[in-house]
Structure formats: structure tokens, C-alpha cells
Design a protein around this ligand. Structure first.
Ligand SMILES: Nc1ncnc2c1ncn2[C@@H]1O[C@H](COP(=O)(O)OP(=O)(O)OP(=O)(O)O)[C@@H](O)[C@H]1O
Length: 253
């Protein structure tokens, strides 16, 4: 087995008296799309933020691309791409100016229009972030993770709040970024999204990993226990109806 690009061992996070992450361990291989799934408050964002060097851990070890989080957090920052909070998007700047600003902060030369084209935002190059639709905001936010040409990007609930077309469009973008060689670790509450995008997923509940495998094997394991869906599954679902009626193309102007 190759050396993992992310290795988390016995990670613990306490917020005062409350143990939010209870000694979790997992590895992510280079080139994977790895998903963290779990109910609200399970500890997904906390785990991601610790790996991203944005939040201190209480215990355990994290190694990213060979760099130990305790010793080399700055080297880790160089190889990862994280989504900035919306508050980081200076309101007076347009998309090209924002990309150029971030590129400057990362000391990188970036062709802003090419980056915007990649996420289908070239027509919005002179628009302000606040004037974008939800889907456009998410695509821009994903684009900003790529500015420092990272080996790994972190996406925290990338499609929450998007309509079905925008969601599927973002799925294709995430797949394309992964196909181009970037490892991706994401959180999601959508099981279809995890099934579509992730090579492997860890299911976290109350700060502990309760399952970790490929989506296929997780489903097979459940079926092997004798589980059956209570109702016959239809050949389409309501989302299929919606997409069939309204088309696949993006609606955002
Ligand atoms: N800064 C903080 N101070 C105190 N408790 C916190 C803090 N951040 C998170 N928590 C608590 O830690 C637990 C894990 O939160 P976290 O945000 O990591 O969960 P999550 O799995 O990402 O949830 P969600 O799906 O709702 O985003 C929750 O009980 C939360 O209330």
C-alpha cells in the first residue's frame, strides 16, 4: 500500500469539558475523494479544521503529505487548499480582483480568467461576490481553493443550499478537479452526493468513526445483514422528475 497523503491517528478534540472528537483514526490515499459523513454535531468540521491547521487539537497525530501537524503546519498550508469563509471576500473587489488578491497572498502567479473559466464564471469576472447566485458563489469558492495549486483540497458541505442543477454541476467540477490529480476530502449531508463522488467514506457519529469503506461495500455489508428496504424502490425519484422537467442546464443568470 502506498503512503497515505493524510494520516490521522487517535485524534481528540475537547471544547472545554465536551469531547467533540473521541480518538478517531483514518487515512486518505493520494488521488482519492474521501467523504466525512455524519449527523449535525458529529465532529466533521472540527476534524477538517484541525487537519487544515485552522483549529488546535487536544490529542493524537495528524500527518499531511509527510508533514507532521505539530512540527510543520506551515508546510501543510502550502500543499492544501481550503474554502475561505464568505467574509474573506472583500466586498469592493470583483472576482478577477479577488483571485489576484489571493494569488498575491499565496505568492502565486495565477491566470485569473483561466481559473474563472474552469468553474464556468468567466462571464461574471467583473461581478462582485455578493451579486452571485448560490451556485456561482460555491463554484467561486471551490476555485479559490485551487489558487495555490494544492495537492489536497478540503470542501465543507460544498453543495448545501443549491438547486439540483447547480448541485450536479458542482459534482462535475469536483470530479474534474479530482481527475486532474487533486486529492479531495469533503463533508456532506447528502448520501447521493457521497455515493456519486466519494471513493471511500467515513461515517462519524458523536465524535467516533462508526464505519469506513467504499460506498459499495458499506451498502453490501448492510444488505448482508438481511436488511431490506421497507418499500419497493421506484426506478426514478422526485429529483429525476425535477431534472426531467426543468433540464440539466444551470439557471443562474
Ligand atoms: N468553538 C466551539 N466551541 C464549543 N463547542 C464547539 C465549537 N465548535 C464546535 N463545537 C461542538 O462540537 C461538536 C462538533 O461540531 P462540528 O461543527 O465539528 O460538527 P459537524 O459534524 O461539522 O456538524 P454539522 O453537520 O452540523 O456541520 C458539536 O457538538 C458542536 O456544538
Amino acid at each position: 500500500m502506498t503512503t497515505p497523503i493524510i494520516s490521522v491517528h487517535d485524534l481528540v478534540k475537547d471544547y472545554d469539558q465536551f469531547r467533540a472528537v473521541k480518538g478517531i483514526s483514518f487515512e486518505v490515499q493520494e488521488g482519492e475523494v474521501f467523504g466525512l459523513l455524519g449527523p449535525n454535531g458529529a465532529g466533521k468540521s472540527t476534524t477538517l479544521e484541525i487537519i487544515e491547521t485552522l483549529r488546535p487539537k487536544t490529542g493524537g497525530s495528524v500527518v499531511v503529505a509527510g508533514y507532521d501537524l505539530d512540527r510543520d503546519p506551515d508546510r501543510i498550508k502550502e500543499v492544501i487548499g481550503v474554502q475561505l469563509q464568505a467574509s474573506g471576500y472583500y466586498p469592493g473587489l470583483n472576482l478577477v480582483q479577488l483571485v489576484e488578491l489571493f494569488a498575491g497572498l499565496y505568492n502565486q502567479r495565477v491566470h485569473a480568467m483561466e481559473l474563472l473559466k474552469m468553474v464556468n464564471l468567466e462571464e461574471k469576472a467583473r461581478a462582485k461576490f455578493k451579486d452571485l447566485s448560490g451556485g456561482q458563489k460555491q463554484r467561486f469558492s471551490v476555485a479559490t481553493t485551487l489558487i495555490n495549486k494544492p495537492r489536497i483540497i478540503f470542501l465543507d458541505e460544498p453543495t448545501t443550499g443549491l438547486d439540483p442543477q447547480a448541485r450536479r454541476n458542482l459534482w462535475e467540477l469536483i470530479r474534474n478537479i479530482n481527475t486532474a490529480g487533486t486529492t479531495i476530502i469533503l463533508t456532506t449531508h447528502y448520501m447521493d452526493e457521497a455515493e456519486y463522488l466519494c471513493n471511500r467514506i467515513a461515517i462519524i457519529d458523536s465524535g467516533a468513526i462508526v464505519a469506513l469503506d467504499t460506498p459499495d461495500r458499506l451498502i453490501d455489508n448492510l444488505v448482508a445483514t438481511g436488511f431490506e428496504r421497507p418499500r419497493e424502490v421506484k426506478k426514478a425519484n422526485l429529483e429525476d422528475v425535477f431534472i426531467h422537467l426543468t433540464g440539466k442546464h444551470l439557471r443562474e443568470g
